[in-house]
Design a protein around this ligand. Structure first.
Ligand code: 3PG
Length: 215
């Protein structure tokens, strides 16, 4: 898919809820219920990080949950891009970008959200035609002030900051004109997740969705 089409497609999927939940799945048990909770809360976009042996099965499982938009995250290689596609991901997310990954994405129907952390990296992705870019790792790369500064020379690029974003600061990111959505694991990394307390997570997700909509 062409980079500009990839960016438009992914913005379209994220623009409504504005929060992408990044999930490390090391156990498939109950994940479909978790996804149903997130969908019904208004946060249907779940990015399963390709960091565990269960990740591809988790993508297949979540792709079958009505209303769930499942992405494959931590995609580093063309092979992972192909695996993400064949397991039913709607799009792929990478922490950075390599020539090999960009070329593979151009030859594949799976839209790619590539990552960047500096002005030069953003410029290179912009040259390829991407206009929606993951800003990663957001907090340690300068956070809100860095994104605001990047918006000066490159107002046409929109970002999905991820990495170090949580309940206490996601709204600050969403206030920025050049932030279309934020990503983070805060809803699914605490004790409620470890104890499979899906309803508890659903409650927090509803609150997050309400706050995100208000920005
Ligand atoms: C990651 O790479 O781990 C994700 O981008 C999520 O980051 P977070 O756990 O800091 O939200």
């Amino acid at each position: 898919m062409k980079p500009d089409e990839s960016s438009s497609y992914i913005i379209g999927k994220c623009a409504d809820s504005r929060v992408v939940t990044t999930l490390t799945a090391d156990n498939l048990s109950g994940l479909n219920i978790l996804a149903e909770e997130l969908v019904s809360a208004g946060l249907p976009v779940i990015e399963v990080l390709l960091r565990t042996s269960e990740a591809l099965d988790a993508i297949s499982l979540l792709a079958r949950v009505p209303g769930c938009i499942v992405a494959a995250g931590s995609v580093l290689t063309p092979q992972q891009l192909a695996q993400a596609r064949s397991n039913g991901a709607s799009f792929a997310v990478s922490p950075g970008a390599t020539d090999a990954l960009i070329a593979a994405a151009a030859d594949c129907e799976l839209p790619l959200l590539p990552g960047a952390a500096t002005a030069s990296e953003v410029m290179k992705l912009g040259e390829h035609g991407f206009h929606f870019i993951k800003f990663f790792p957001a907090a340690t790369s300068g956070g809100v002030p860095a994104l605001r500064a990047l918006g000066g020379p490159m107002p046409q690029i929109r970002f999905c900051p991820t990495g170090g974003i949580g309940a206490d600061n996601f709204e600050q990111y969403l206030c920025l004109k050049n932030v279309a959505a934020v990503g983070g694991s805060w809803l699914v990394s605490g004790s409620a997740f470890r104890h499979r307390q899906w309803a508890e997570i659903g409650k927090a997700a509803r609150r997050t969705a309400r706050l995100a909509k208000a920005k």
